[in-house]
Every structure is written in structure tokens, then in C-alpha cells.
Design a protein around this ligand. Structure first.
Ligand SMILES: Cc1ncc(COP(=O)(O)O)c(C=O)c1O
Ligand SMILES: N[C@@H](CCCC[NH3+])C(=O)O
Length: 418
């Protein structure tokens, strides 16, 4: 998948809008997404799956901007959701609820009810308690709920521990050794329709081996279930395909799909993919301006106007994202900087030890910021959230206004009698 969705002339790959102008018009920090790249990435999965019956369920959590969802909905995408809020966004963006899978370890009763009303494709169930809850809610509604069980195959995905999900010690899924037994319990519940097997072993995987190891285990399970009279119609392999932030060389969707298809053989299974990062990360940049340069004895700081509240990945996972000047033709002295935000935390950094030729007022682009960027933003330090723009050829659309923080409390006492 494309890494540098950014060209050296200050434009996004395949798009004609001038980023400097957008930053001047809309202020910084500013998220910018490319429609062309979103489409190209989604199609890479769709074409990779090819002739095999399949559903690409974009993981909404990666970037839930309504315009992003709308671009994918128009391509016929399905969606992987983890809350009623995400399902509402999918519907608002024109997505088809019948192509939605519902993941997550703690679905509330009202969320299950809403998803059943919307006739989603499948619930990815993570525990026996949840199977019973969904069975009860579906029974009350006089329905049968379509379910897969998320199986935890106990595989080391070789990624950051915070985004690894397929190990025994993780909260996700049911242990593979118990799966056959729990499937039998599920099949005996009257208001469930057991359709699929699901797994998701982690995010930002850069090797195929862990995915394939997991699938091999799941296929053994699926064959075993057939012997028990439980016929599985779809195999949901989750998301997790990594992207290039720096020097990583994650497998292309085509190679991944090829290997999966070879393993399916004549089993008549629909393949479900839940990619998030692979579609959105390199379809977006975060623009930020240099406020001050602060030389120091131990370190030089470039203080920029984006902070951990705008992009928390560096602070949370020590994640590395490329930071580059938008206008590379400017003549500046080079120095090594820690690029930090204005938030009052030592952990508030966007990048460390970066050699940059910059001066105060320069515009920087943080690359690969289209996934797990804006969606993880907060108002910490009472900072408003950034605006979001979608570029499409030579057009730019504001797809979310910069947030205005309003004063709710204007000095009156909130304590009774005070
Ligand atoms: C169940 C599930 N599906 C899909 C995804 C999307 O993952 P990624 O963005 O790594 O493709 C996640 C997040 O890791 C997830 O938890
Ligand atoms: N938020 C994480 C990914 C989490 C994946 C969700 N299961 C990141 O930025 O890398």
C-alpha cells in the first residue's frame, strides 16, 4: 500500500489541492484526507479477494469521519463496528447495516437491540456471557441473531503489546481449546444462528506468518465443527494488516489474500476482512505549524501547534510517524529536534530526534495520520479538536469544522447555597 501519499510539491498523491493554502484557510492543526487514496486502498482489498465470495468490513474505529465512511459506503463497503455510536455513523454515512459486523467485548443490551433492529450481518461474540445475552435479547424481539465466535488462537502477532489481541493474556475472544465446546453451546441456544468463525490477533502486523498460523488453526476448528453438524458459512479474519510508517514492508493485500485463498481449498466460505489502518492511515496527514524553536543543552525542541490531544499514538505507543516540512524548497539550517506540542505533559511529543530544516511559522506534515489520529483526539488542556478536510482532485471539503469550546460555566457558583 502506498506509504508516501504525499508528494514533494506540497500536495497529496493523486490530488491537486495545495496543502499550504488549506492550512492558511482553515488553521492548524488540521487533518487532511485523500479520497483517491481511500478508494485505492479499499479496492486493493476488494480486488485481492477477487472471485472468492467476500465482504470488506472497514474498521470504523480507525477513522469514523462521516465523509470517510461515505466514500467507502459508495464503493459498497461493509463495516466493522464496536458500538451503537459507530453503527449510527455508518447509517448516517449511507452504509448498509446488512454488511456490518459488530465486534467488541462489552456490547450493552441496548446496543445489541439496536444492531438487531438494523439487521446487521453478524455479531462477533467474545464470551459465553455475551452469547447468552444476545440470545436473550433476540428472543425478546422474536428474532434469531446471526453470530460468529471470536476465537483467540494464542498467537504472538509480533506487534506492540497494547495493540496485540490474540494472546491468552488478552481480554479478547474465547480460547481456541474451548471453541468447539462453546460453539456447541451456541448452536443449542434457540435465538442464535451460528454462521461464522472470527478472529483478530492484533494491529500493525508486518508479517504474514501470524495471520496464516491463526487461519490454519481456525480451519481445523471449522472442519471439526462440520463433524459436529455446525456448518460455518463465513470466516472473518479480522483486520490488522500493517502499513508503512517508516521502513516497514508489510505484505500487500494481494499476497495476503492469495495465501488465504490457497488455504480455503474447496471449503465454501465467505471471507470477511476488517481492515482499518491499511485503508485509512496513509490516506491522511496532520498539518501543524512550528510555534517556536527552543534550543537547549540536552535537546532542541520544535514546539508545534499539534499535541498529544490531537495525535496520541507517539505518546501512547511510542509510535513513529514521519514529520516533514510541507514546503521542502525553503532554505533553513538543519538541526535535530524533539517535535513537541503545547500540552503540559512530558509525554506530549509527536516525534523525537528528528533532523529538520525548519524555522518558526513553517508548516509540517505528520504522515500516515489518517488512522487512529482524529478518532483518538481529546480536549485535554481544553484544546479544541482540529478540523478535518477531505480533498478530491482540485476540490477540498470541510468534513468537520474545528471545534469551538464554549464556556458552560460563566462564573456563577454551581454549589447550592454557596
Ligand atoms: C476486532 C477488530 N477488527 C478490526 C480492527 C482493525 O484493525 P486494523 O486497523 O489494524 O486493521 C481492530 C483493531 O485492531 C479490531 O479490534
Ligand atoms: N489505536 C491503535 C490501534 C488499535 C487497534 C484497535 N484494536 C494504534 O493507533 O495503533
Amino acid at each position: 500500500m502506498d506509504y508516501f501519499n504525499y508528494q514533494d510539491d506540497g500536495r497529496l498523491y493523486g490530488e491537486a489541492c495545495d496543502l499550504t493554502r488549506l492550512a492558511e484557510q482553515h488553521g492548524t492543526p488540521l487533518y487532511i484526507y485523500s479520497r483517491a487514496t481511500l478508494e485505492r486502498h479499499w479496492k486493493a482489498f476488494d480486488q485481492a479477494a477477487g472471485e472468492v465470495d467476500h465482504l470488506i468490513c472497514y474498521a470504523v474505529k480507525a477513522n469514523s469521519n462521516l465523509a470517510v465512511l461515505n466514500v467507502l459506503a459508495r464503493l459498497g463497503s461493509g463495516f466493522d463496528i464496536v458500538s451503537k455510536g459507530e453503527l449510527s455513523r455508518v447509517i448516517a454515512a449511507g452504509g448498509d447495516p446488512r454488511k456490518v459486523v459488530f465486534s467488541g467485548v462489552g456490547k450493552r443490551v441496548d446496543e445489541i437491540r439496536f444492531a438487531l433492529e438494523q439487521q446487521i450481518f453478524c455479531f462477533n461474540v467474545e464470551s459465553v456471557a455475551e452469547l447468552e445475552r444476545i440470545n436473550r435479547v433476540a428472543g425478546e424481539m422474536g428474532l434469531k441473531a446471526p453470530v460468529s465466535i471470536r476465537v483467540n488462537p494464542d498467537i504472538d502477532a509480533g506487534t506492540h503489546p497494547y495493540i496485540s489481541t490474540g494472546l491468552k493474556e488478552n481480554k479478547f475472544g474465547i480460547p481456541i481449546e474451548q471453541a468447539r465446546d462453546i460453539y456447541r453451546q451456541a448452536a443449542a441456544l434457540p435465538h442464535l444462528e451460528v454462521n461464522g468463525v472470527d478472529c483478530h490477533i492484533g494491529s500493525q502486523l508486518t508479517e504474514l506468518a501470524p495471520f496464516l498460523e491463526a487461519v490454519d488453526k481456525l480451519l481445523v476448528l471449522i472442519d471439526g465443527l462440520a463433524e459436529d453438524g455446525i456448518h460455518i458459512h463465513h470466516l472473518d479474519v479480522g483486520g490488522g494488516l500493517g502499513v508503512r510508517y517508516d521502513q516497514e514492508a508489510p505484505p500487500e493485500p494481494s499476497r495476503y489474500a492469495e495465501q488465504l485463498k490457497a488455504r480455503l481449498q474447496d471449503r465454501n466460505l465467505t471471507l470477511v476482512f476488517e481492515p482499518g489502518r491499511a485503508i485509512a492511515a496513509n490516506a491522511g496527514v496532520l498539518l501543524t505549524r512550528v510555534e517556536h524553536l527552543k534550543p537547549g543543552e540536552a535537546r532542541n525542541f520544535a514546539i508545534v501547534d499539534a499535541a498529544m490531544n490531537d495525535l496520541i499514538r507517539p505518546a501512547l505507543y511510542s509510535a513513529w510517524q514521519a514529520i516533514i516540512p510541507v514546503d521542502s524548497t525553503l532554505q533553513r539550517d538543519a538541526a535535530v529536534y524533539d517535535v513537541v506540542g503545547p500540552v503540559c505533559e512530558t509525554g506530549d511529543f509527536i516525534g523525537k530526534d528528528r533532523t529538520l530544516s525548519i524555522t518558526e511559522g513553517d508548516l509540517l506534515a505528520v504522515r500516515s495520520a489518517g488512522a487512529y489520529g482524529f478518532v483518538m483526539a481529546s480536549n485535554y488542556n481544553s484544546r479544541p479538536r482540529a478540523a478535518e478536510i477531505m480533498v478530491d482532485g482540485d476540490q477540498a471539503f470541510v468534513v468537520r469544522e474545528r471545534e469551538q469550546l464554549t464556556e458552560l460555566w460563566r462564573g456563577e457558583s454551581l454549589l447550592p447555597g454557596a
